[in-house]
Each structure stands twice: as structure tokens, then as C-alpha cells.
Design a binder for this molecule. Structure first.
Ligand code: ATP
Ligand code: MG
Length: 240
């Protein structure tokens, strides 16, 4: 595929991903208007519709971040005065997926909740990174499994490390999963929904805005995938 066709393909794919949940919401509203949803199922359906809307918002937010920070001349945020506190922003991100996780009997477990590490930078951006990663675990993780999230300041380097680990389908190191539009071959078989945008946005945000690194590996012996985010100049704010 040439670059132009690739872009068209990507846009078609993303549009499809945005329209699907919106159609779900429309369906729910129609059913409420014509009275085909019983009173006792109403709240549950409204809850799902809300989750679908939220999903579409994160997708569009990814696109906005891509427009802002992608390409060769990104609009880098000015020296940020904001501070991101870990694990708060991880816990918020995990809560977003509560319902989808429940549906697959999965749990997202944040370790070391009582230690507060922090980093200079916008919490909205780091939350988006984390949400894209958890979204993937919900899609590609094993039913009934737990996703473990941990964070610490590495003593020697002062780097803030965030590590996410969980059982999932495999990917190989040759598959360049952080590149725009790249999906693993096993992912294609697992779910048709996806355009290879999520991890690319993670990489843009971590590298260009937090000046850090993000990496992933699949450990076939334990059948787990591990994502590691490493950002310079983390600091401890509180330890209870
Ligand atoms: N937790 C995971 N477990 C196994 N494979 C993963 C995991 N996260 C990502 N991958 C692999 O990396 C690929 C790229 O992920 P990315 O989030 O960029 O795209 P996507 O999930 O396919 O689509 P999108 O995020 O745009 O909906 C996935 O298609 C999958 O092959
Ligand atoms: Mg994804």
C-alpha cells in the first residue's frame, strides 16, 4: 500500500471504530423511546450506552493528540507546570474500564496504592496513555485474568517506572506495535476492532512530552505481555 492508501485505510478503520459504539447508543435511545426496554433493564442499558460514548471520546482524543503531537513538527507543550501523581491517574484510568473488565471477568490491580510518585507533566496525557494500554489488555487479555500495574522510582536513575503486566495473546518483537497503523497478526484474529492507533499515541506522548521511553515484550514462557514506561526525574511526594 502506498502512503496515501495507508492513510485512507486508517481513516476508514478509525471512523468505523467511532461509528460502531455511536450506533449502539442510538439503538438504546430508540429502544427507550419506543418502550421496548423493560424498566429493570433500563439502567443497565443506559450504563452501557454511557460507556460506549466514553469509548468514542477516548478514540477522538487519541486523534486530537495525533494531530497535535504527531508528524515532524509537533506542538510540544510548553514546560509543563502541571504534575501527574501516580497512582491516582492510573486508578482513574483503570476505573474507566470497570464494566468491560467485569464482562471478561478481568481485574486491573494497581500495586503500591499507598505510595505517591509524581512527574512533571499533564495528568490527562498520562491517563490517556494508561487507558490505551488497559484498553488493549481488555481486548487482548485472557478471560478471567488480572492485569497488574506497579510504579516506583528507580534509585540509581531517579526514573519513574510504570510497569503493566498481564496474560494475553502473543505478539512478536518483529511486529512494530508502536508504529502508526500496525496491528499484531494475532490481534487481527481476536477482534476486528482496532486500527493500530493506541500504542502509537502512547509512544508520542511518552517520548515527546514526558521525554521518556515505552517498551513492550511478550514473555512466552509465562504467556504474559509486559509494558514498561520509564520517565526521567520522577519524585516521591508522599509515602503512607
Ligand atoms: N496487552 C496486549 N496484549 C497482547 N497484544 C497487544 C497488547 N497491547 C497491544 N498489543 C498488540 O499491539 C498491537 C498494536 O496495539 P494498538 O493499541 O496500537 O492498536 P489496536 O489495539 O490494534 O487498535 P486501536 O488501539 O487503534 O484500537 C495490537 O494490535 C496487538 O497486536
Ligand atoms: Mg489498542
Amino acid at each position: 500500500m502506498n502512503k496515501n492508501d495507508e492513510t485512507k485505510h486508517l481513516i476508514a478503520n478509525i471512523t468505523h471504530q467511532a461509528i460502531n459504539p455511536l450506533n449502539g447508543v442510538l439503538g438504546t435511545i430508540d429502544n427507550i423511546i419506543d418502550g421496548t426496554i423493560s424498566d429493570d433493564r433500563r439502567n443497565q442499558r443506559l450504563g452501557s450506552a454511557r460507556a460506549q460514548l466514553e469509548y468514542t471520546i477516548t478514540l477522538i482524543r487519541n486523534l486530537a493528540y495525533f494531530a497535535q503531537y504527531g508528524g515532524d513538527d509537533p506542538q510540544i507543550q510548553k514546560a509543563s507546570v502541571k504534575t501527574t501523581v501516580i497512582p491516582q491517574c492510573l486508578i482513574e484510568g483503570a476505573m474507566f474500564f470497570q464494566e468491560q473488565a467485569d464482562n471478561k471477568r478481568m481485574k486491573v490491580y494497581v500495586k503500591n496504592k499507598n505510595i505517591q510518585n509524581a512527574i512533571k507533566g499533564d495528568p490527562d496525557l498520562l491517563r490517556q496513555v494508561f487507558m490505551n494500554i488497559v484498553d488493549n489488555y481488555i481486548k487482548y487479555g485472557n478471560e478471567g485474568s488480572t492485569v497488574f500495574v506497579d510504579h516506583w522510582i528507580q534509585k540509581k536513575t531517579n526514573d519513574l517506572i510504570i510497569k503493566i503486566e498481564g496474560e494475553s495473546i502473543p505478539f512478536s518483537s518483529e511486529e512494530r506495535i508502536f508504529e502508526l497503523g500496525v496491528r499484531g497478526k494475532d490481534a487481527e484474529g481476536k477482534t476486528s476492532s482496532g486500527s493500530g492507533l493506541g500504542l502509537h499515541i502512547c509512544k508520542l506522548i511518552i517520548e515527546k512530552l514526558f521525554f521518556g521511553k515505552i517498551s513492550a515484550e511478550y514473555i512466552s514462557g509465562r504467556k504474559v505481555s509486559v509494558f514498561e514506561i520509564r520517565m526521567p526525574n520522577g519524585f516521591v511526594t508522599e509515602s503512607r
